[in-house]
Each structure stands twice: as structure tokens, then as C-alpha cells.
Design a protein around this ligand. Structure first.
Ligand SMILES: NC(=O)c1ccc[n+]([C@@H]2O[C@H](COP(=O)([O-])OP(=O)(O)OC[C@H]3O[C@@H](n4cnc5c(N)ncnc54)[C@H](O)[C@@H]3O)[C@@H](O)[C@H]2O)c1
Length: 317
């Protein structure tokens, strides 16, 4: 039997750049009335909790404190950002051994307390660690999801918004597949408020479609490398992405987000977690939304899945 959850409580495990930016964002969002911070470095968790708590009088009443796994056990959502981050020149997949070992110490602590909420995986490589968390925890698949390409999709919308001189929220587009080097921009279903992308581009005076879209997809894919080479880590964009996912869950919004979740034969892909648009609500991932892909996009997606499966194979036997 899972323990009852407190729907207004979240926990963040790992209080480095990403965990602390996420906690700061969640404090301002007023989505939760209690936020527990955990880190192997307890001083760091305590320092972050105290610093962020001093913003509460400007945001809204809540409790934020450094705690233990016992404190986190009844959270509605546990967000895991613990683990090594990319150093300049490293890929996300280079982190897999180190971060799987870290997950092998974290997940059993959560499971043995009969956790009844949702596990939101953020550490990289996020797709592989979502798979690892799912297998290690034995939790129902809908309750284990990764932030996936929610961030990459935001980067894509931002870049398209800039390119077209339009509000990025009017751009409807997804990055799918791996959160990483094999990710795919799903151009064939991209539109701006219902207007097919190429038509909208032409309205705005852009006619060189293939070259422009290739350049934008490359820029999005390489965003993290560029930012890491300039400031060692990325954390604000992911913090907002995590907040958005939490919002969908806590408010049972049933919004469509490209989170990383288990595949069951969609596009011929199974037994791996990767990002596809999915309906996200109070129970986590409700169902995938099978957007139409061109033949080339579908092939690239299958390749992305194959690459992830090779990395996942034998990791946690
Ligand atoms: N999914 C995404 O879109 C996305 C975006 C940015 C970063 N990330 C990933 O998030 C992770 C964290 O990045 P960061 O920049 O915050 O790194 P960081 O080094 O600043 O922080 C990692 C934190 O994890 C803690 N930690 C390590 N082992 C732990 C354990 N067993 N239990 C609890 N805490 C533990 C460390 O003490 C540290 O405070 C990395 O894997 C990074 O690649 C993901």
C-alpha cells in the first residue's frame, strides 16, 4: 500500500545549480505550501533552504526546509536533480555510470517509505535515468516521468518566436526523442496558431525554409553546450520547465508536454523512456499523444530510441 500524499508538498533531491534554481522557482510559484530540500551535502541543502525562505515574505506563506527522506516520503512530487552535471565538452550520456550509481542510492530510500506520489527525474542523461528510476522503484509507469525535452521544446519555441517576431507561446512545436544529441525537431507538425510553419515564415518574409530550420534545430540542440562553456551549468530554463510540469500535475491541467515516459509500441518503439508529447495531470503521465511525423522524423525517432536502448542495456541488472 502506498502512503497518502500531501498534495501541497514537494521535495527536491539534489541542491546544486538545478535543484536550488528549481526550489527558488517553486517558492515563487506558490504551487506548494511545503518544500523539502535534500542533498548529500546537508549544509548546502540547509543554506539553500534558508536563503530561498527569505523570499517568502515577498511571495506567499509556505514552509521550506532542509530535510530527510522521512520528510519527503509524503510529498506529492519528488524532483530528483542529484548527480554530476556536464563539464565543457562532455555529452549527457557521458554521465550515465556516475549518475546511475547515485540513483541506486536514492531510489531505494524513497521506495522503502511506500512513496505514493510522482517521481520527476531531471538529472542527466534524463531519459536513461527515468528508465533506471522506473526499474529500480517498481512504481507504476504513469508516476515516473522525466523532464525530457520540455526544456528543448521551450528553447525551440523561443528561437522560432525570435526568428518570426511572434510570441513564443503562439508557436506550437515539439522536440522529441532523446534530451540530447539525437533529439528531433518535429517540423512537420509545427504551426503558429494553426498556420503551417512554412506559410507563417513566408508571411514574415522568410523563404529559405530548410536552411533556416536546420540552423534553428542545431542551435537548440547545442544550447546546453554553449551555455556550459560560458557559465559552467544551465539552470534557469530547466527550473521553469520543472515548474511547468509540476503545475500540470498539481492543478490536474492535462496539458500536453513532451516528458520522458515509457514507450509501448508507439512508432514501433518499446521498453525505453524518451520524450513524446503526453497528457500530464494529477496522476502523472495519462497517455501519449500520437502526433503525425514525416517518414524522416519517424526514422530519426527510431534511431534515437535505439541509441538510448543501447545505453540502458545492462545498466541495472
Ligand atoms: N533535464 C534537463 O533538462 C537538465 C538541465 C540542466 C541540468 N540537468 C542535470 O541536472 C543534474 C544536476 O546539475 P547541477 O548543475 O545542479 O549539478 P551540481 O553539481 O550543481 O549539483 C548536483 C547536486 O547533487 C548532489 N548529490 C550528489 N549525489 C547525491 C545523492 N546521492 N543524494 C543527494 N544529493 C546528491 C550534490 O551534492 C550536488 O549538490 C545534472 O545531471 C545535469 O546534467 C538536467
Amino acid at each position: 500500500m502506498s502512503r497518502e500524499v500531501n498534495p501541497r508538498k514537494a521535495a527536491v533531491i539534489g541542491c546544486g545549480f538545478v535543484g536550488s534554481a528549481t526550489a527558488f522557482t517553486l517558492m515563487q510559484s506558490r504551487l506548494f505550501s511545503e518544500l523539502v530540500l535534500l542533498d548529500v551535502n546537508m549544509e548546502k541543502a540547509d543554506g539553500e533552504a534558508k536563503d530561498i525562505a527569505h523570499g517568502i515574505p515577498f511571495a506567499g506563506q509556505m514552509k521550506i526546509y532542509a530535510g530527510t527522506y522521512d520528510d519527503a516520503a509524503d510529498a506529492a512530487i519528488i524532483i530528483i536533480t542529484a548527480g554530476a552535471n556536464q563539464k565543457p565538452g562532455e555529452t549527457r550520456l557521458d554521465l550515465v555510470q556516475k549518475n546511475t550509481a547515485i540513483y541506486q542510492s536514492i531510489i531505494p530510500e524513497i521506495v522503502k517509505r511506500d512513496f505514493g506520489g510522482i517521481l520527476l527525474i531531471v538529472s542527466n542523461p534524463v531519459d536513461i535515468l527515468t528508465y533506471v528510476a522506473l526499474k529500480l522503484s517498481g512504481l507504476p509507469e504513469n508516476r515516473v516521468l522525466g523532464s525530457g525535452t520540455v526544456l528543448d521544446t521551450a528553447r525551440l519555441k523561443y528561437a522560432l518566436g525570435e526568428h518570426l517576431g511572434v510570441d513564443s507561446r503562439s508557436v506550437h512545436s515539439f522536440i522529441i526523442g532523446e534530451h540530447g544529441d539525437s533529439e528531433i525537431a518535429a517540423w512537420s507538425s509545427t504551426n503558429v496558431s494553426g498556420i503551417p510553419l512554412n506559410d507563417f515564415c513566408e508571411m514574415r518574409g522568410h523563404f529559405n525554409h530548410d536552411a533556416a530550420m536546420d540552423a534553428i534545430a542545431e542551435k537548440v540542440k547545442n544550447s546546453a553546450y554553449e551555455i556550459i562553456s560560458k557559465k559552467q551549468a544551465t539552470y534557469y530554463g530547466i527550473a521553469m520547465s520543472v515548474k511547468r510540469i509540476c503545475e500540470c500535475i498539481v492543478r490536474n491541467e492535462r496539458s500536453i508536454l513532451p516528458v520522458s515516459a515509457m514507450m509501448h509500441g508507439e512508432y514501433g518503439i518499446e521498453d525505453i523512456t524518451l520524450s513524446m508529447p503526453a497528457i500530464v495531470g494529477i496522476g502523472g503521465v495519462e497517455t501519449h499523444v500520437p502526433i503525425a511525423l514525416s517518414e524522416e522524423e519517424a526514422e530519426k525517432l527510431v534511431e534515437s530510441a535505439k541509441k538510448l536502448k543501447e545505453v540502458a542495456k545492462g545498466l541495472i541488472e
